[in-house]
Design a binder for this molecule. Structure first.
Ligand code: GSF
Length: 204
């Protein structure tokens, strides 16, 4: 298997962490989807990474579908419960964490991609409000528990860790660590795992 990837994408990071936790190897094919010459649409017509390339030439996207598929490939370290409320709970955590990323990326693109005179501060504020509400909800739901769901690592923790790491990487002005010490406790624990360490976004 190969993954078309960017080293700064938090969605790619989620997939890489899931692969590492499952002890499944996949080659990273680094692609700059923002460059003029990108060929990403030949694999993913939506023009986004991550995109998983299978041996038979078929492709799987987006990150939520990829991690769901990868979790079925090996019984090692099951990350998504197989059904019912448990499964819905883990996947709702993932939606919440990915939703923070979606909101932050919309805010970032507004500020970096659009010409200055077309930028809307109201739009950026709208996205950052969603981020604030979601952080609060995560903190309340986590409470004093060791993990987001159940009593072991799941996709919920991985997705939350990727969202928190992305905030530190691109939005250091969002002071979630001070406001939500329980999220920081979880984050510091996740950071000890090789899967998180090896997928840290490059700082330069
Ligand atoms: C989001 C992927 C995405 O936005 C998923 O895989 O979960 N729901 C999808 N990827 C960004 C890179 S990044 O900001 O993480 C991407 O490829 N953007 C290119 C574009 O044209 O939007």
């Amino acid at each position: 298997m190969k993954i078309i990837a960017s080293l700064t994408s938090p969605y790619v990071r989620k997939v890489r962490i899931v692969l590492a936790e499952k002890k499944i190897e996949a080659e990273l094919l680094i692609e700059n989807v923002w460059s003029e010459g990108t060929k990403i649409s030949e694999s993913n017509p939506l023009g986004k990474v991550p995109c998983l390339l299978l041996e038979d030439g078929s492709t799987i996207y987006d990150s939520r579908v990829i991690v769901e598929y990868v979790d079925t490939l090996s019984p090692v370290g099951k990350l998504i419960p197989s059904g019912g409320r448990e499964r819905a709970s883990v996947k709702t955590w993932e939606s919440l964490a990915d939703g923070i990323l979606d909101a932050c990326i919309l805010a970032r693109l507004e500020a970096t991609w659009r010409p200055t005179e077309q930028q809307s501060q109201a739009w950026i504020d709208r996205q950052m409000t969603k981020t604030q509400h979601s952080l609060r909800s995560m903190s309340i739901q986590l409470g004093d528990s060791s993990w987001c769901h159940g009593n072991q690592l799941s996709l919920a923790d991985i997705a939350v860790g990727c969202a928190l790491g992305y905030l530190l990487f691109r939005f250091p002005n969002v002071k979630w660590q001070e406001e939500y010490p329980n999220l920081d406790r979880l984050y510091q624990k996740l950071l000890l795992r090789p899967s998180f360490i090896e997928s840290e976004p490059p700082t330069a």
